[in-house]
Design a protein around this ligand. Structure first.
Ligand code: BES
Ligand code: MN
Ligand code: MN
Length: 457
């Protein structure tokens, strides 16, 4: 891909940000998280925002900025995050995770930027800064813009939630615009119309008060790991339905027409399997893969540990076993209610021989975007113009818990105008973001403002 001087500069700037390892989950990177916030503050200043501030919180800072053109114009609030997931396991990266590099891939023949955060969400957030820079230069923006870029999305957005609740007037806007999701493919743009919610639990099983010799005690005492596995296997039946009583009570069931519509989304099962090297798919009976990974709730073990995990073998009955279990939720499930029924059920299926602890980590509500609002229409027209193809509606399986919170607290809808691909390896080794997607994103965001101001004014 031949880049203009301006495009080269955008990439150089983005590389500076990508090099800062702003890992929100790990306190060792506290300084880097702060550096990333300051870097964004500076770049928002440089492009001509009137008011740029760093808001300190109990956790990581929030960057806030405004460009008020005319109080009669509609206001767009841009949300994004500058924090990233830990890069582990580092040995699976082909290049160092915070040393951005451009390489071609099959799906990105124009090249893609490989770095943790390239797609989720530094690269996508930065498109908004560059789009505003361009509109400021051309002096053609007929909207006011507010930026709110946080550093805790990957760890639950707890402090942003507090900030939002306490600053409703400041954050007042007509629409919230977010690029932190994806499109179906570079030949088929799409607008994300739903996000799943999340309930994240941790369970611990305790048996004997110490690890025991498995010959002297084995067979006669509870083994917490065996018992934990048995309990986990009682969370789903043979059809992969979750059997926690009440789990599906509030789930929206789609009628046949709606399901047909959802299943029309271009999807190649063979490519899907090949891309992650599995020989067969696995999931809830009577639902398609598209449905399973978007409009159906899930239950998955994210990690499980206990007993002897060192080299070689050790004959032992462990004293404890642990697992992290998460459930993706769909409209209209309530994560607090789901966390409670999980806990009650999990405790109820434990044998008397062990003690059980269930802890709720964090959670979030699912989200549905209506397609009859001006923001959706503007996004639709923008994608249609820049890709030359009408965007489809697409239900995403991921979660952005702050989005339903915005609606609850600010009474404002969010438009999920993402540009990543599911295969961009976000949260995985070798995360990347296509150059095509980055530049198309900037162009599409500019068009969004144009159409939005036309529709609303
Ligand atoms: N940007 C992602 C969510 C996403 C990605 C939604 C792709 C749709 C398409 C976000 O940064 C994320 O990773 N969210 C977490 C939830 C959070 C509470 C840790 C997730 O979905 O696991
Ligand atoms: Mn994200
Ligand atoms: Mn993420």
């Amino acid at each position: 891909m031949k880049l203009s001087n301006e495009q080269k500069r955008y990439i150089e700037e983005l590389f500076e940000l990508l090099k800062i390892p702003s890992i929100s989950a790990d306190s060792k990177f506290q300084k880097d998280v702060n550096d990333a916030a300051n870097w964004i503050k500076d770049s928002l200043k440089k492009i001509g925002c009137d008011k740029v501030e760093i808001i300190k919180t109990k956790g990581h800072p929030i960057v806030y900025a405004e460009k008020i053109i005319n109080t009669k114009f509609p206001t767009v609030l841009v949300y994004g995050h500058y924090d990233v997931q830990p890069p582990d396991p580092i040995n699976l990266w082909d290049n160092p995770p915070f040393d951005p590099i451009i390489k071609q891939t099959k799906l990105h023949p124009e090249g893609a930027i490989f770095c943790r955060g390239a797609c989720d969400d530094k690269g996508q957030m930065f498109m908004h800064i560059k789009a505003l820079e361009k509109m400021n230069q051309k002096n053609n923006l007929k909207c006011n813009v507010k930026f709110m870029i946080e550093g805790e999305e990957e760890i639950g957005s707890e402090n942003l939630e507090k900030f939002v609740k306490e600053n409703k007037a400041k954050l007042k806007s007509d629409i919230i615009l977010i690029s932190d999701t994806g499109i179906i493919s570079n030949n088929q743009p799409s607008i994300t119309t739903s996000l799943r919610g999340l309930s994240y639990m941790e369970v611990s099983i305790k048996g004997p008060n110490k690890d025991l010799h498995s010959g002297l005690y084995g067979g006669a005492v509870p083994n917490p790991i065996n018992i934990l596995c048995e309990m986990i296997s009682r969370l789903k039946d043979e059809d992969n339905k979750i059997i926690i009583p009440g789990f599906y009570d509030d789930v929206i069931e789609y009628d046949e027409d709606a399901r047909n519509e959802i299943n029309k989304e271009p999807f190649n099962l063979k490519e899907f399997k090949n891309s992650i090297n599995i020989s067969d798919i696995h999931g809830e009976k009577d639902y398609s893969t598209i449905e399973r990974k978007s409009i159906r709730p899930t239950l998955d073990v994210n990690g499980i540990w206990g007993g002897y995990m060192g080299e070689g073998s050790k004959t032992v009955i462990p004293s404890e076993a642990h697992a992290k279990i998460s459930m993706r939720l769909v409209p209209n499930q309530d994560w607090k209610k789901i966390s409670k029924i999980f806990k009650d059920y999990f405790i109820s299926i434990a044998p008397k021989s062990v003690s059980v602890k269930v802890k709720t980590h964090h959670g979030g509500y699912p989200y549905l975007t209506p397609s009859d609002n001006p923001g959706y229409k503007a996004a639709y027209m923008a994608y249609n113009e820049t890709f030359g193809i009408k965007p489809l509606r697409s239900n995403s399986g991921g979660s952005i818990p702050i989005v339903p919170m915005f609606e609850k607290e600010l009474k404002t809808k969010s438009i999920l105008m993402g540009f990543g691909l599911d295969t961009d390896d976000i949260h995985s080794p070798n995360e990347h973001f296509g150059l095509f997607n980055f530049f198309k994103g900037i162009e599409t965001i500019e068009k969004f403002y144009k159409y939005y101001s036309e529709i609303v004014n």
